[in-house]
Design a protein around this ligand. Structure first.
Ligand code: ADP
Ligand code: NI
Length: 225
């Protein structure tokens, strides 16, 4: 099988697997991450098959929707790629990208366990995935996820809390606006590549402008006094 046939087969597999996925984690998320990956990869010296497969398979079985099971995604990807007779070395790299590209792994840098794996290919996919969490799309995805979890849009009496544990967070019913301060606004400083940084800066500013407008609309009398 040629590399482009492998990518084509993977696209079919991912579309089928994600056909009932929640709106922020559906095939279109994967397609956007794939496109961001191609854009960033143009400027980087990376293995194109590895970044393509990493982007396509990175959310194949998100732990959030699978009882926190983090091994399911890499396992599914491995089995699938084995069925296409993709070389073992490539499969290993791709499953490592799936394991280590998640926000949690990235955001807990330093605090949690030391990173066990990194590569230029991982950095490219991670940037591509992070870009899809910020800017206009990022805003849309956050509110979609909040709706899925039945969270309030905003609640001035619940301030953002950067120290909350995952368990506390689940119980807290934190409003979606808090997510901007707890995660989305922090992402631009976590970008790995030059292209990723440049695109993130523009999307970051868009979120800042959005928040400003949001507060103005929330309290229209505030600046009239
Ligand atoms: P990905 O699966 O793309 O690596 P995540 O699973 O962490 O990233 O999050 C997926 C999307 O859901 C992102 O756009 C993220 O901002 C959003 N999201 C995750 N947790 C929350 C939350 N508590 N409130 C609002 N949006 C969230
Ligand atoms: Ni993703």
């Amino acid at each position: 099988m040629t590399n482009s046939e492998i990518v084509e087969e993977t696209i079919i597999f991912v579309k089928e697997t994600l056909k009932n996925a929640e709106g922020g984690h559906d095939w279109f998320h994967i397609e956007r991450v794939f496109n961001n990956t191609m854009l960033i990869a143009k400027e980087e010296d990376v293995n194109l098959l590895v970044v393509s497969l990493g982007a396509l398979l990175h959310d194949i079985a998100d732990a959030k929707f699978n009882d926190g099971d983090e091994s399911l995604g890499p396992k599914m990807a491995e089995n699938f790629l084995l069925s296409l007779k993709v070389p073992k070395r490539t499969i290993n790299h791709v499953t490592n990208i799936i394991k280590y590209s998640s926000f949690k792994a990235g955001l807990n840098d330093g605090k949690m366990k030391k990173k066990l794996f990194t590569s230029k290919e991982l950095q490219v996919v991670q940037d591509a995935d992070r870009l899809d969490a910020i800017g206009a799309i990022g805003i849309a995805r956050a509110f979609n996820y909040g709706g899925f979890k039945n969270r309030a849009l905003y609640d001035p009496s619940i301030p953002p809390n950067l120290e909350m544990s995952k368990e506390e967070y689940k119980k807290s019913k934190a409003p979606t606006l808090n997510h901007f301060y707890e995660k989305l606004l922090l992402l631009k400083d976590k970008m790995n590549t030059a292209t990723g940084k440049r695109l993130a800066q523009q999307r970051h500013q868009y979120m800042i402008d959005f928040l400003e407008q949001f507060y103005q609309e929330w309290s229209p009398l505030k600046n009239l006094s």
